[in-house]
Design a protein around this ligand. Structure first.
Ligand SMILES: Cc1cc2nc3c(=O)[nH]c(=O)nc-3n(C[C@H](O)[C@H](O)[C@H](O)COP(=O)(O)OP(=O)(O)OC[C@H]3O[C@@H](n4cnc5c(N)ncnc54)[C@H](O)[C@@H]3O)c2cc1C
Length: 398
């Protein structure tokens, strides 16, 4: 089915991203994958090309391009070349950290950090998850204690993407002095730069998306000026909940892009591979599998496109974002699994794009809130509609 989603500006932008990938990503990606770390020059090159911080207003060095279809183009192009690690790293910086700063940071903090985020000289990560708390953010233990005009932050985070390559993290910390599970107003957000007491732990050995670094972070009495409190004290969880739809939309977009790219690689493969004197694509089973997958992919694209339009209109709420993330991230697992099967033994070999896509796709229904938490978010709304309290969602990531 013809997809009427992009216009000429997006097509031109697509050419820019393709050229960028060929020049700055493709020659290095295998090495980054082996190193579990991308080169910093990727970020500054992306900044120069205008690929970072698209939504940042011009006064802070950005392009002020709020249309999320441009971000969709980037994911599609990185996925098409099996460079999803780049998409993930940019996603954390642009879709997770940036929206919080744009919405809640003081003008001074914005003026200080946004130009660097746009130029790629300041790489950021989002540090919410801890060893003991992921889905349930009210269980986090990292604490921030006032010390004069500053805050002292202590604690540990894990699974932090861009944590090694990054210069600063947006940290969710407990600020009410309490222990045990916190309340909705027990937490605050801080923009924490790498400084004394801020250390990076071990690199986590991920099964896929290895080019993007993922680490543990440790904070030992890290001194953070009050100016780096993002928004107001006690509103951190509320801010995270308000900005999560963008992060979840981003994962849905990436899921849809990976599904399409994997299908395209697979169609090419089965058209070239022979068995029993025939091309694999000529077996009826292959055609039936691909027919099912293409139908699912087009349905996913249509749903995700609709969610992007809703986001652009400012109408994508928490439930709709959860639904589209749930749907797309579960579909891409089926698509990559069935495409891998159509490759036979080569599907299991990492030099084939389908093997890497399979491993990378497995993350998409876990991070940014698991599929179970997405169901919980959707379910709590159903409970409310049915006249209940709507409290079935226990996940702090709602
Ligand atoms: C590669 C990678 C990158 C990541 N990047 C980041 C990052 O940059 N920053 C960051 O802060 N975090 C990051 N994360 C963390 C990610 O968001 C969490 O792993 C995820 O939210 C799940 O939390 P958890 O791992 O603690 O699982 P748990 O919360 O321990 O969940 C375990 C299981 O219990 C289920 N479960 C939990 N609660 C409920 C419930 N109420 N009802 C039903 N089932 C439930 C879950 O769905 C899951 O199946 C990353 C994770 C990975 C793997």
């Amino acid at each position: 089915m013809k997809r009427s989603f992009f216009d000429e500006d997006h097509d031109l932008f697509r050419e820019v991203v393709q050229e960028f990938d060929a020049r700055e990503v493709a020659p290095h990606y295998a090495q980054w994958d082996a190193d579990h770390l991308m080169d910093r020059t990727l970020w500054t090159a992306a900044g120069e090309q205008g690929l970072l911080g698209l939504t940042v207003p011009e006064e802070f060095g950005g392009a002020g391009m709020a249309d999320y279809r441009f971000r969709t183009v980037m994911d599609e192009e990185f996925a098409a070349r099996n460079h999803l690690g780049v998409a993930l790293a940019f996603h954390l910086h642009d879709d997770m950290v940036l929206p919080h700063l744009l919405a809640y940071a003081s003008e001074d903090l914005k003026a200080r950090v946004l130009p660097g985020m746009v130029s790629g000289e300041l790489i950021t990560s989002i540090a919410m998850t801890e060893p003991g708390a992921g889905s349930d953010l009210r269980g986090i233990r990292t604490k921030a204690i006032r010390d004069g005009d500053d805050w002292l932050i202590s604690g540990q985070k894990t699974f932090i993407g861009n944590g090694l390559s990054g210069d600063a993290a947006l940290v969710l910390a407990r600020t009410d002095g309490g222990t045990g599970r916190g309340k909705h107003d027990s937490f605050s957000l801080f923009f924490v730069e790498k400084t004394s007491g801020y250390s990076v732990g071990r690199q986590l050995d991920k099964m896929g998306l290895r080019a993007s670094d993922t680490v543990e972070l440790f904070f030992d009495q890290v001194r953070v000026p009050s100016a780096q409190l993002v928004g107001e004290v006690g509103r951190g969880l509320e801010y995270c909940a308000a900005q999560l739809p963008q992060g979840r939309l981003a994962i849905a977009v990436a899921s849809s892009a990976v599904a399409r790219a994997t299908y395209t690689h697979t169609l090419r493969y089965v058209g070239e591979r022979n068995a029993f004197g025939e091309r694999v694509v000529d077996f009826q089973n292959t055609q039936f599998v691909l027919a099912d997958l293409l139908t699912e992919i087009e349905a996913t694209e249509a749903y995700v496109d609709q969610a992007v339009h809703a986001f652009n209109r400012g109408e994508l709420d928490a439930q709709d974002a959860a639904k589209v993330k749930l749907f797309a991230s579960e579909r891409v697992k089926t698509v990559t699994d069935r495409c891998l099967q159509l490759h036979g033994g080569y599907g299991y070999i990492l030099e084939y794009p389908v093997a890497q896509a399979f491993l990378g796709a497995r993350l998409l229904s876990i991070f940014g809130g698991t599929s179970e938490i997405m169901r919980s978010v959707i379910g709590s709304e159903l409970s409310r509609i049915a006249g209940g309290t709507g409290r079935s969602n226990r996940g702090g990531r709602a």
